[in-house]
Write a protein that binds this ligand. Structure first.
Ligand code: HEM
Length: 440
């Protein structure tokens, strides 16, 4: 991160034997992210292939275009609306778990949120529960964590990054075992859902035992997709479900945890967010939020956005040039990796003065007006932006508002997070807070 201060908003570095152009400048970010032709992901994404195959995140070319078109409708707001119950019921479990920290010592909020976010994505993606919050020792949960660690390790290890050397490492064996568990579980769930889909008539299948409209998981929607009149192959469905599992829980965990941490540090911001919630839930103090309630949490959204600015969960993402291109009078050669460092872009002083200051007002409608959409990119931008962006924002609002309605968050005065830049941004020294009960 220090490189930006030294070399400016556009600079070249070598990682291993690969040169890369690091982008912390909105104009260059627009050139890359707005492009409809520079879509190929960089080398490091290959470390995800053994788990995710070539799902939406890791695929390229025709397959990516086809899958993106097919999957986009499954993120329609009417479908997202169905997941609000999942966010709410899992947040209720989170509140129960957090109750034991009330008036106790400071504790790290991150592990609690990880398990909650895992439960949410499992239920939304697969329609099943792994019950991580009540059973953090689940094999599936343990192996998701293990795979996330291995992927990051491989990106930075001068030995493990090479395919020929990697099988000699301890992690290779751990990965093989993890993949057995992860693929075994997803394949089992897909098979079970497929059988259910075939055995139930189309009318009963859309309703649960009480006759209420049944919620469909992303998996059900994928099972209903057809290409040229044929259902998607099992392998393709598995890749996408696994991709949602990977992209859809560590990212929101980081987003929620840092936002809660910032709320603890800035009591006046917390007070303002709570007042907004009081006005939204005036007639329904203990009620569950509706889709509209979540949409009305405008100030909370500003808080989340500012938190994502300072600690974007995906701090960097990269593409590789398949052709030589020209940018701003310079030739960028084929094979060059272009990396958007959102962590640095969000600290560009031309766009965000006094960048280290936490100030949600930066995202008020007046202050956001006229800002380039490529200056603030926690969810990336352009054709390969995050497909789960609206799902993530709803989940973050739902979970954070539930915590705020139940607890007051208090700061640990001397603590400053040390951003550890892995695939997902975490804090090396945790995100500790104190909790007291709130009268809402
Ligand atoms: C705060 C939460 C999230 C953040 C900050 C985030 C951020 C991002 C970013 C930066 C990318 C681009 C990555 C790249 O170019 O390599 C991306 C892609 C993606 N995200 Fe998210 N994400 C979040 C939540 C989610 C959720 C909840 C889901 C699924 C339910 C999801 C699914 C995906 C998928 C499938 C892609 C690949 C899209 C494509 O290449 O077409 N994300 N996300």
């Amino acid at each position: 991160m220090g490189f930006q201060k030294q070399y400016g908003n556009l600079f070249k570095i070598m990682l291993g034997n690969r040169p890369r152009l690091v982008i912390c400048d909105p104009k260059a970010a627009e050139f890359l992210l707005g492009s409809t032709s520079i879509l190929e992901k960089s080398y490091e994404y290959k470390f995800l292939h053994s788990w995710l195959g070539t799902g939406l995140l890791t695929s390229s070319g025709g397959k990516w275009k086809r899958q993106r078109k097919l999957i986009t409708p499954t993120f329609h707001f009417q479908i997202l609306e169905q997941f609000i119950g999942v966010f709410d019921s899992q947040s209720d479990i989170l509140v129960k778990k957090l109750n034991k920290e009330v008036d106790q010592k400071a504790f790290d909020i991150y592990p609690y949120i990880t398990l909650c976010a895992l439960d949410i994505i499992c239920e939304a993606a697969m329609g099943t529960s792994v019950n991580a919050q009540n059973n953090s020792e689940s094999e599936y949960v343990k192996n998701v964590k293990e795979m996330c660690r291995i992927v990051v390790d491989r990106s930075f290890s001068p030995i493990k990054m090479f395919d020929v050397l990697y099988p000699l490492s301890k992690d290779y064996k751990i990965e093989q075992n993890a993949l057995k568990v992860l693929h075994g579980y997803t394949n089992y769930v897909i098979k079970k859902r497929k059988e259910e889909l075939i055995s139930k008539s189309s009318t009963t299948e859309k309703h649960d035992d009480t006759g209420a409209k049944k919620r469909l998981a992303f998996l059900d929607l994928l099972l209903q997709c057809q290409v040229d009149g044929k259902p998607l192959p099992q392998e393709v469905i598995r890749e996408e479900v696994d991709t949602f599992m990977f992209e859809g829980h560590d990212t929101t965990t980081s987003g929620i945890s840092f936002a809660l941490y910032h709320l603890s540090k800035y009591p006046e911001v917390q007070e303002k967010a709570v007042n907004e919630l009081r006005s939204i839930f005036a007639d329904n103090k203990d009620g569950s939020p509706t889709y509209q309630d979540l949409q009305n949490m405008k100030y909370l959204e500003m808080v989340i956005k500012e938190s994502l600015r300072l600690y974007p969960p995906v701090p960097a993402y990269a593409r590789v040039l398949e052709e030589t291109v020209k940018y701003d009078g310079s030739i960028l050669p084929k094979g060059l990796t272009l990396m958007v460092l959102s962590h640095g872009l969000h600290r560009n002083t031309n766009v965000f003065p006094d960048p280290e200051k936490f100030d949600p007002e930066r995202f008020s409608p007046e202050n956001s007006a006229g800002r380039s959409p490529y200056a603030y990119v926690p969810f990336s931008a352009g054709p390969r932006n995050c497909i789960g962006q609206r799902f993530a924002m709803l989940e973050m609002k739902s979970t954070i508002s539930k915590v705020l309605r139940n607890f007051e968050l208090l700061p640990v005065p001397e603590h400053e997070p040390i951003a550890s830049v892995e695939a997902i941004v975490k804090s090396a020294n945790g995100l500790p807070v104190y909790l007291t009960k709130r009268q809402f």
